[in-house]
Every structure is written in C-alpha cells, then in structure tokens.
Write a protein that binds this ligand. Structure first.
Ligand code: MSP
Length: 510
C-alpha cells in the first residue's frame, strides 16, 4: 500500500539566546504532531534548526567576544541538546551557516534575479534588529516597531524583490484555499492585510553594515536579508535541487506544514508564498500559527522578559513527558495562555497521576491479587457481553476522532477526549466494583477487568506520541506495540504477567 507523506517544520530559532519555554513550545508541539502522523502510518519528515545569520546574531557574538561562527557553533549545540532532553526527535536539524543551505539560498536568489524579479534601488526607512524587519514610517507606533521594539533609521542602496507582482495571485490562493492559514481568523488577518497595496521586499544588506550573512551572488558588496535566507531553510531541509525523490514526496505530495508562532505570521503568510510563486513552486499545504505562552503580566514569555521558566529545569522537576503533556493538553492550539509551575502541577497530578497512573495500578493490583498476576481470558465471550461491546465501539470511535482532530490541529481537544474515556471507565469500575464481585463471581470480575485493561491499553497507544517513554512502560505491561493496527479491540495479550508497576506518574508537590 502506498503510504501517505507528512512534512512538518518548526521556525528556525535565532541563536542570540538559548532555548526557552516559548521556543520549546513550538518544537515540542511539532514533535507531537509528527509522532501522531507516524502513528497514523504515514512517512513523516520533521525539520527544525537554527537561524544563524543577521545583525542580532552578529551582536550577540560580539558581546561574547567570539566570532559569529564560534558563537553559532556553541548555541547550535545548546539547542540540539535542549531538544534531545525534551524528547524531540526530528529528521534534520538545519543550520543556516551550513554550506548546503548557503549554496541553495544563492541559487534561489540568482534565479529570481535572472528572472527579472530583483532590482536595485535606494532604501530609506527603519530597521528593527530584534525582529530583523524593515519598517516604513507609517508602520511605526510611537517611534517603535508595532510590537514595541527599538528601530533604527537606515538609508542605503539595496536590492528588492518584486513582491507586489504576486499580490493578486496570493489573494486568489487564499480565496481558493480557505484552510491555507490556520486557525481561520489568521487567514482573515492576512486577507485584510492584503487589501492594501503590497510593497516590494528589501532582500539585501550592505556588507559594510552587516557582514554575517550569505553573500548576494550577483553583488559581492551585499549579504542576503536574513529572513529570505531563513525561509529557504524549508527547502534545504528536504534537499531541494539535490534529492528529487525527497522533494517530490515531501514538498509536492505531502505539502509542507509550517508550525509557527503568531509573531511571524506575516512573513510566512505573505513573503514566503510570494517568493515561492516567483520560483514556480507549490505553496505549503498549511501554515499554522499557534499562540503565545504568557507570563504573569500577560506578556509574551521570552528569555529576556519577566519571569523565566526554563524548560530543562521544568523537565527535571516535573518530568519531561509530563511537561510535554501539559503543553499539549493545557493550551488549545492557536490560543495564548498564561502558564506557571502550579498550573503544570495541577494538570499533571489530575490527569496523569490520579487518572491514568492510578487506573493502571488499581487494575494491576486486582490482577495480581486474584488472578496470580496474569491477564485473564474471561470464559464468557467478551463479544457476548454488552459492556464489552459498548466499550469496543467507544474505543473505535475514539481512535477515529483523535485522528480527525489531530489532522485538524485540535491537539488539546483530542487529549481531552482520551481522558474523558478514562473517566468513563472509572465510573464503570465504581459501578461494577470488581474488587467486591471477585469474591463471589470470578468470571464476572474477569470480564470487567478485561474491558478495563483493554480500554486502558487503547488509550495508552493514543497517548504514545505525547509521552513515548512512559507509555512504553505501560505497554510493556499490557503488551503490543503502539501502532494503528493495535488500536483494535481484543489485542490484549492473554496470560501475560501483569506485575504491579512502580508508580509511573508519581504525584508532584506544589
Ligand atoms: N528566526 C526566526 C524564525 C525564522 S523561521 C523561517 C525567529 N526566531 S525566534 O527565535 O525568535 O523564534 C520565534 C518562534 O519561537 C516563534 O515564532 C514561536 O514559534 C516561538 N516562540 C517564542 N516565544 C514564544 C512564546 N512566548 N510563546 C509561544 N511561542 C513562542 O523568529
């Protein structure tokens, strides 16, 4: 059977600072979505990396008395270490200072130049180093960038990409593809932005101001504007112009899914599609803009601002996979959310310790005490039992529902559905009280236990992409690998030893 393909990317992060909870959020969510698509049986490619050029990086290196390359080497290693500690498993970690990437950026910019889509002109306006974005006088709010960052005035000869030429085609693409940018209100934002005439895009910086960048192939006195360089990473990552099979599968067949923060929507929703149209390339399938993690003052959490939540410290303190669960479950994708350690503790204790972990240990204890620790086959055919029948239907519906919701970026909602079935199972156990019936009717209790373990097994497989290591521990007890086929009812391995596990999700003190 021909497998479907799936290609997901994170933004590539600036190396002026280390990973923080905000950047960890994008990366962990992309990892989880990627792992869900693997569970659905797809061939996936997951790309992340770092954005190493530009003024911001050059300044950070200077402050540390390092060459930009030395600084990037250090920071890039730190990012990779952080992602490994957070259980992130990408196919490629891309560095924009790599020669493969620089070569592709030059080829692409040369193509645009040869095509007549690049011209030189005088640039007069403002530049925000923190965002690496050009602003016109009209864009400024109280002398700062629209998000309140410092800007400096520049006047210099530069090269421009004829972005305005593609405005009409982009508007048509948005009209024809209502799910191009998600959530839907983000697509509307871009549509209303496009009601105004688009400016052409400045795509160079003179070397005398900034030397740390990819040289402009047709003018050695310039480097390429860092955002153009950065966006092209999505093509380098799948070996565009080098490995056609990979490009066909992931760019053409699957279509890219760019998971980004809402702060960089304009660049991904306008600059990037215009560049791709100029190159005659397919546009991404989806650009999904998630919201911000906020601090107490309701500001975007960042390394430099306000209280710092360090993802690696939190992972040590609460558990890596518990933190991943919190990020995925607590915040509906697309929304902003205030996050704090107490909220994390509450959510983790409530869902993972009290619900999932507790259910496993109660069931294991019952099996251990009454059935010599072996998973039992009820002689009463479980298909004859109406409870089994109803749970079978519910788990089948749940699997389909989770798939549908994940494909629609409703990650938090699908985790809630899984937890809801566990709550229902809990109610069933309270009603049936197998710990009582086991004394008088071993057979009846066996049916109840079988149903419960089977629901627990299936819910665990559905949680695997979020918490792969912990769920593996559970599935070691309940048997079978976390695959889509094994979501089928009735695959609980009978006769297997179900020893009582050490607490998989110990309660955390607030
Ligand atoms: N280098 C550019 C992206 C280039 S992509 C071709 C950049 N880098 S960044 O280091 O500033 O990272 C930005 C991304 O980090 C945001 O788009 C968002 O995905 C994530 N986040 C940073 N802070 C965040 C929060 N407080 N909350 C959620 N995500 C945030 O922009």
């Amino acid at each position: 059977m021909n497998k479907n393909h799936f290609y997901i990317t994170t933004p590539i992060y600036y190396v002026n600072d280390q990973a923080h909870l905000g950047t960890a959020y994008s990366t962990v969510i992309a990892d989880i979505l990627n792992r869900y698509h693997q569970l659905f049986g797809e061939n996936t490619f997951f790309l992340s990396g770092v954005d190493e050029h530009g003024q911001k990086c050059e300044q950070a290196a200077k402050a540390k008395n390092l060459s930009p390359q030395e600084h990037c080497d250090q920071m890039s290693a730190l990012f990779q270490k952080a992602w490994a500690e957070l259980g992130v498993n990408y196919n490629m970690f891309l560095r924009t200072s790599s020669s493969q990437h620089k070569k592709l950026v030059q080829k692409i910019v040369q193509n645009l130049y040869d095509k007549g889509d690049i011209y030189s002109s005088n640039y007069k306006g403002w530049y925000c180093i923190s965002e690496e974005i050009f602003y016109t006088e009209k864009d400024l709010v109280d002398g700062k960038s629209p998000s309140g960052k410092e800007v400096t005035y520049i006047e210099e000869k530069n090269y421009f990409f004829k972005m305005s030429k593609y405005q009409k085609a982009l508007i048509k693409h948005l009209d024809d593809n209502p799910k191009f940018i998600r959530p839907a209100h983000r697509q509307n934002e871009i549509k209303s932005f496009l009601k105004k005439q688009l400016q052409d895009l400045c795509i160079s910086r003179p070397k005398k101001r900034l030397s740390w960048g990819v040289e402009l192939p047709f003018d050695k006195d310039y480097v390429i504007y860092v955002w153009v360089d950065a966006l092209i990473n999505y093509l380098t990552g799948i070996n565009y112009l080098e490995d056609d099979a990979s490009f066909q599968k992931y760019w053409k067949q699957a279509g890219a899914t760019h998971l980004i923060g809402k702060d960089i929507l304009m660049i991904h929703g306008v600059y990037w599609p215009c560049l791709l149209m100029a190159l005659n390339l397919e546009l991404p399938k989806t650009i999904f803009a998630h919201g911000w993690l906020l601090n107490k003052s309701q500001e975007k959490m960042s390394k430099s601002q306000g209280e710092k939540l360090d993802p690696l410290e939190l992972a040590k303190d609460l558990g890596v996979e518990e933190l991943r669960y919190f990020l995925a479950r607590e915040i509906p994708l697309g929304n902003d959310a205030y996050v704090s350690r107490s909220l994390m503790v509450r959510r983790i204790n409530q869902d993972l310790s009290d619900q999932l972990g507790n259910m496993l240990s109660r069931l294991a204890r019952l099996v251990e005490k009454n059935y010599s620790g072996k998973i039992i086959k009820p002689t009463l055919e479980s298909s004859d039992c109406s409870d089994s029948h109803s749970f079978k239907q519910k788990t089948e519906a749940l699997s389909q529902q989770v798939k549908h919701k994940i494909e629609n970026y409703q990650l938090s909602e699908s985790l809630q559905d899984i937890m809801n079935l566990l709550t229902e199972l809990n109610r069933y156990l309270e009603q049936q009280a197998p710990w009582k019936t086991v004394k008088t009717d071993l057979e009846q209790a066996a049916v109840v236990l079988y149903n419960a373990l089977e629901v627990l097994r299936i819910c665990s497989i559905l949680l695997y992409p979020v918490m792969p290591k912990k769920i593996e521990q559970i599935l070691d007890l309940l048997g079978e690998k976390p695959t889509w086929e094994n979501l089928q009812w009735g695959r609980l391995p009978l006769g297997k030893n179900l020893s009582h596990p050490a607490a998989i999700f110990p309660r955390i003190q607030d």
